[in-house]
Design a protein. Structure first.
Length: 213
């Protein structure tokens, strides 16, 4: 009985010591590291092989970044579009023994999916294209052992067979924003880096969701 009493006394003393010492210090809160949201983009330069001009030197340089809702289009899209973009497109085409055709253009639209992107750019300077014309470009970043690929909205695509010019040639319509063919040529030198990001919600849709929530 005496031993039991001693044990009880010791237990009380231990508890008293804990209370006197106060609660154990709280563990520091874990720091949550937030990764910045991805931004869709395409960067790079390449010489391509085009079956209609197999011996020609054809090169493209692309630097494009998506900037959602930065180009208002009233009245239908007063906030702009989720695929709005900025950047530059340059291309040159030098036939064997011929003069070089070239163009520089301002990127206005970009959309991505995995390693593929389509973009459009409006010509600012050129000796072969009309200033103000919109050009469509597609890019596919190659996987392991696969080359990069590129398509463009002139040459074998984007013609209107029912609409001809004074020489009887089919008229080439202007490309709409982000409209481009599949990447039908192959990069033989250089390449492109595509960063994919999902299309974002418009400011008007966000406000609607907040009101509903």
């Amino acid at each position: 009985m005496r031993n039991a009493a001693i044990g009880a006394t010791a237990a009380v003393a231990v508890l008293a010591g804990l209370v006197a010492a106060g609660p154990a210090p709280a563990a520091p809160a874990a720091t949550v590291e937030r990764k910045p949201a991805k931004t869709a983009s395409v960067h790079g330069e390449a010489r391509i092989s085009y079956m209609e001009s197999i011996d020609d030197d054809i090169r493209f340089t692309i630097h494009a970044v998506q900037t959602p809702f930065t180009r208002p289009v009233p009245p239908n899209a007063p906030d702009g579009l989720p695929t709005d973009a900025r950047g530059t497109l340059k291309f040159s085409h030098t036939p064997r023994g011929g003069a070089t055709g070239w163009a520089e253009a301002r990127v206005d639209c970009l959309v991505t999916s995995g390693r593929t992107a389509t973009l459009t750019a409006v010509v600012t300077k050129s000796n072969v294209e009309e200033v103000g014309a919109r050009l469509g470009i597609s890019v596919q970043q190659g996987g392991k052992g696969e080359p990069d690929r590129l398509g463009f909205s002139w040459g074998v695509v984007n013609v209107d067979p029912g609409n001809v010019d004074e020489n009887g040639h089919p008229v080439r319509p202007q490309a709409g924003t982000c409209m481009a063919p599949a990447p039908f040529t192959t990069a033989v030198k250089g390449g492109f880096k595509v960063v994919h990001a999902e299309i974002t919600t418009s400011p008007a849709q966000v406000e609607t969701l907040i009101r509903r929530g």
